[in-house]
Design a protein around this ligand. Structure first.
Ligand code: ADP
Ligand code: MG
Ligand code: ZN
Length: 626
């Protein structure tokens, strides 16, 4: 129980009795006070007995006729007694006591008149203690004070208000509440191991200190979106058994400058108070962006927040057992000060899953889905290179939705395959009408890609060819690598360009005209050829030269336009080389297709008829045509 974390927001003790009684007590008080005010101001006069208020001139007249016996002057209030009541007066008829007020402009002759007529004059100091006066003066202030205090308490208990704007907003995970564990995170074993080790640091720091090692302060999880960084942190919260404060970088951002910085301060203070503990800052890039950069000038609030974070990271004492874990998919735009040793110096890369990892992730997300027995996760993993964990989860979910739409009780291979096509190639366009001529052109175009691909040695096997129109294409030839590839040889890239140009080559050679359908092919082929020349030094004349800049981001504002670091003459050579690569590839595609024209015609006819062919069917058609 010693480790049982406290709720960070409610450091203040709860009042005994709680707020409900507080509320009714206040209501009663307000009621009493209102009654008193009404009573004092409205009805008070009735209790002054049978005193008649008379006009000042009437008073002077009574003085003049000698009917006034005595007066008491209190500031500008004059009370007194008459010899006999004023005849014909309204109000408290027949009263001998009267009340009047001295005009604000004064009456210098009054005292003279009074003494001349033998009136007994008594004076009293103006302000005199009176219970009513006290209530009138003090009660409103008590009420206002009470109301403010009450608002403060109320808003404090809701945990979010103008009074707590600079407070720590981090969510504190409790082990018992967090349902995600390491078993929900598939693959990425290396990363999991690294993180468990860090937790071990926290729990038994002595073991490491004895060897002279310092416990890391900051660990940065880096990787593309959807690879499971947030998931991993949540799992760690479940496994670590220490208080775990989780906050997203954007939570530090507020309308008021300085709030973010004060949140950082309060977060670190809370975490240190409960050490050993872990702070997790998701989407670090939203505050940790390079200072003084970017389009549109600086951002005061962000910079202050970042500065505060930097100083908190430095402020850890040797025995503060608190580790800061952060995640980002944009390490390139982080401020260098964040990454220097002693801050986020440990970098853990969470990469796109490998084939084996994809298989594991599919198993995790397929756990509670009814699958048909012939569903083969291994094949799906093979067919989804480059998919992240989030993509794979989405794939199975789409498949489940499809199965539901088709009224099935379990998910089959067909649903998974269709879901994959939907994610990769876009939605099918059902009400898209193609003319027969267009269908023929698309068939020959796709058959061109396929036949070139089959006849080159270092290309990926064909997975499927379709002429079903989709969101972003009228037909697709899909190739899939047999295993995850990390290095691409020059032959492989050249072959890839040749396959891409195969579609246009088929149109030209067999339809007799060319169409706009090759746009994407040409763009992709040109991009690859440009990279070959500029980045990979793979052209003949500019051998082993890397002329391309590292891709900089506009966010950095460092260079908005790509800077060119070579001469006009070299630029001309670059263009020539790119063109020559594309020309040679195109010629090669045309010559393959001319030689294999029988195969091309067969594949194109089959596509026209069936709309979709699997890789095996294509191989069979090509083989049969020889
Ligand atoms: P990131 O924070 O890296 O952008 P997330 O952690 O939010 O990605 O991942 C999104 C979702 O993708 C998770 O909720 C999870 O369902 C799924 N996912 C991602 N990676 C994995 C993985 N390695 N194992 C299981 N599920 C994963
Ligand atoms: Mg995330
Ligand atoms: Zn094409």
């Amino acid at each position: 129980m010693a480790n049982e974390p406290q709720e960070p927001n409610n450091n203040d003790k709860k009042l005994p009795g709680g707020s409900p009684r507080f509320g009714t007590g206040l209501g009663a008080l307000v009621l009493v006070a209102l009654l008193m005010i009404v009573f004092v101001s409205g009805f008070g006069r009735l209790f002054q007995g049978s005193v008649e208020e008379i006009s000042y001139s009437a008073f002077k007249a009574q003085v003049a006729v000698g009917n006034v016996q005595s007066v008491t002057v209190e500031g500008d209030k004059i009370t007194g007694t008459l010899g006999k009541p004023i005849v014909g007066s309204a109000g408290a008829a027949g009263s001998k006591s009267f009340l009047t007020y001295l005009p604000s402009f004064g009456d210098p002759n009054l005292l003279q008149d009074l003494t001349k007529n033998g009136v007994v004059v008594q004076t009293r100091p103006e302000s005199q203690f009176s219970l009513l006066g006290l209530l009138l003066n003090v009660v409103p202030f008590i009420l206002i004070g009470w109301f403010l205090f009450w608002m403060y308490r109320r808003t404090r208990s809701q945990g979010d208000s103008i009074f707590s704007v600079g407070q720590n907003k981090a969510k504190l995970y409790r082990k018992t509440r967090e349902s995600v564990t390491f078993s929900d995170v598939a693959g990425i074993e290396g990363v999991k191991k690294e993180l468990s080790e860090i937790v071990d640091f926290l729990r038994t720091p002595e073991r490491y200190r004895k060897l002279g090692a310092t416990v890391p302060k900051g660990v940065l999880l880096v990787g593309p979106p959807g690879t499971g960084k947030t998931l991993l942190a949540r799992a760690l919260a479940g496994e670590a058994n220490v208080p775990f404060y989780s906050i997203s970088g954007s939570d530090f951002m507020e309308m008021f400058v300085g709030v973010g910085a004060s949140r950082v301060r309060s977060l670190f203070r809370d975490a240190k108070a409960h050490s050993p503990s872990i702070i997790f800052i998701d989407e670090l890039d939203s505050i940790g962006r390079h200072r003084g950069a970017g389009l549109g000038g600086g951002h005061d609030e962000r910079e202050q927040t970042l500065n505060q974070m930097l100083s908190e990271l430095d402020g850890f004492e040797q025995n503060d057992n608190t580790i800061v874990l952060a995640a980002t998919n944009r390490p390139d735009i982080l401020d260098p000060a964040l990454l220097r040793p002693g801050r986020f110096d440990r970098r853990v890369t969470v990469d796109r899953p490998t084939l084996k990892d994809r298989l594991e992730i599919l198993k995790v997300h397929g756990r509670n889905k009814p699958l048909e027995t012939d569903v083969d996760f291994e094949k799906i993993a093979q067919g989804t290179p480059g998919f992240t964990g989030a993509d794979l989860e989405n794939l199975l979910n789409e498949a489940a939705l499809l199965a539901a739409r088709r009224g099935m009780s379990s998910i089959g291979n067909k649903e998974i395959d269709d879901a994959r096509d939907k994610l990769l190639l876009g939605l099918e366009r059902t009400n898209f009408v193609m003319t027969d001529e267009e269908r023929k052109i698309v068939s020959y175009h796709e058959a061109g890609h396929a036949v070139v691909a089959v006849n080159l040695t270092t290309t990926d096997p064909i997975h499927k060819v379709t002429i079903i129109p989709r969101d972003n294409s009228m037909g697709v030839t899909e190739q899939l690598p047999e295993h995850d590839q990390h290095l691409y040889s020059r032959t492989y890239i050249l072959d890839r360009i040749t396959v891409m140009l195969g579609g246009r080559a088929a149109e030209d050679a067999f339809i007799g005209d060319i169409t706009s359908g090759a746009e994407n092919d040409l763009r992709e082929a040109t991009r690859l050829a440009r990279k070959m020349v500029l980045d990979w030094g793979m052209s003949k004349r500019l051998h082993n030269l890397a002329l391309g800049d590292e891709q900089h981001d506009v966010f950095l504002g460092a260079d908005i336009s790509r800077r060119r670091e070579y001469s006009e003459r070299t630029a001309q050579e670059v263009d020539d080389e790119i063109k020559s690569i594309l020309d040679r590839a195109y010629d090669k595609a045309v010559s393959i297709l001319k030689e294999k024209s029988a195969a091309l015609k067969r594949v194109a006819e089959a596509l026209l008829e069936k709309e979709e062919l699997q890789g095996k069917e294509i191989m069979a058609l090509v083989a049969a045509a020889i």
